[in-house]
Design a protein around this ligand. Structure first.
Ligand code: HEC
Ligand code: HEC
Ligand code: HEC
Ligand code: HEC
Length: 207
């Protein structure tokens, strides 16, 4: 279990950034205290507080959507991810795992607090093999339940998007039409599985 990186991360997020903002506001407040009237001072406190909270929220929400953030706790997924077609094409963890609608987005962000708690209190895999052998199956069920839906795929593979699945040709035929994916109401995940995580000849490649 590796704790250092996450400790560093939280130190930056909760100690260094706030203290920097606090110092800026303190200097400005010194100026107001010297020259301003009481009403202006109160107004300044309120505005300052709102600005600080806003900045922290934006840093927290934006920062926690980057690959680097996810890979702090899931480093064993990195190598394979960056060798996969999606990783190479610059698709991010958030593109698939963080829904764009407000309900799904909020649920995942709040779920992240739970993940953090579990990470700090329970054993976590450190190698690809450990993850694959002991966590993968359990977690993928949770992923489908919590955050991973077909609408993520359709952002890029839907009609009119950069890589529409209905136009995919396989051995000369329009494969999804031939398989009647739409008529049968099939989900992408009924057929596409282990195409991002777990597709490498992992026992050989990952120790
Ligand atoms: C193109 C979509 C896509 C991207 C990008 C993606 N994932 Fe996944 N992820 C999936 C799918 C699909 C599953 C479900 C299981 C499977 O097929 O491997 C999954 C499952 C998972 C799981 C649960 C365990 C498992 O593998 O089943 C974790 C943890 C995870 N992803 C983390 C990440 C992280 C971290 C990144 C970024 C480095 C990332 N994912 C990028 C699609 C994606
Ligand atoms: C603070 C450490 C930490 C960070 C950062 C983190 N995770 Fe996780 N993740 C965990 C832990 C711990 C679990 C296991 C949760 C459980 O057992 O219920 C997990 C489980 C998962 C799962 C499978 C289970 C589920 O509920 O979906 C996915 C998918 C996943 N993480 C994706 C991500 C993505 C994407 C990011 C970046 C946006 C991310 N994680 C960032 C610690 C973390
Ligand atoms: C942000 C855009 C984006 C998202 C989201 C996305 N993809 Fe892709 N996908 C791509 C791009 C770009 C490629 C082409 C990569 C290449 O081959 O150059 C690709 C390739 C693929 C391939 C063929 C390559 C392979 O790995 O076998 C499959 C299958 C696929 N996507 C399925 C999915 C599924 C299922 C989802 C939903 C979990 C999904 N994609 C989400 C952009 C995306
Ligand atoms: C009935 C099974 C089935 C379903 C459901 C299905 N696919 Fe496919 N898909 C295939 C097959 C078979 C291929 C061609 C073989 C291959 O490339 O793996 C393919 C190929 C693809 C490719 C191109 C792969 C490449 O190598 O370039 C993409 C992208 C893709 N599917 C996306 C999707 C998305 C997005 C969904 C959900 C909306 C979906 N598929 C649903 C069976 C399915």
């Amino acid at each position: 279990m590796k704790k250092n990186s996450i400790v560093d991360f939280f130190k930056i997020l909760f100690v260094e950034v706030p203290s920097m903002l606090f110092n800026i506001v303190r200097i400005l407040m010194g100026v107001v205290a010297r020259y301003g009237k009481t009403g202006e001072k109160i107004g300044f406190f309120v505005v300052g507080g709102v600005v600080i909270i806003g900045v922290l929220l934006v840093i927290g929400i934006e920062g926690s959507s980057t690959n680097a953030f996810c890979l702090q706790c899931h480093p064993y997924l990195a190598k394979e991810f960056y060798e996969s077609p999606h990783g190479k094409a610059g698709v991010t963890c958030a593109d698939c795992h963080i829904p764009k609608n407000i309900v799904g987005f909020t649920k995942v962000k709040l779920g992240g607090l739970r993940e953090t708690w579990i990470y700090l209190t329970q054993p976590h895999p450190t190698t690809y093999k450990d993850w694959y052998d002991h966590y993968k199956v359990k977690w993928e069920k949770l992923a489908y339940k919590d955050n991973l839906t077909e609408s993520a795929c359709l952002q890029c593979h839907g009609a009119g998007k950069e890589y529409p699945y209905m136009k995919v040709k396989f051995e000369g035929i329009n494969i999804h039409e031939a398989l009647k994916v739409k008529e049968k109401g099939l989900s992408c995940f009924d057929c596409h599985y282990n195409f991002v995580h777990g597709y490498l000849g992992w026992r050989e490649k990952m120790k």
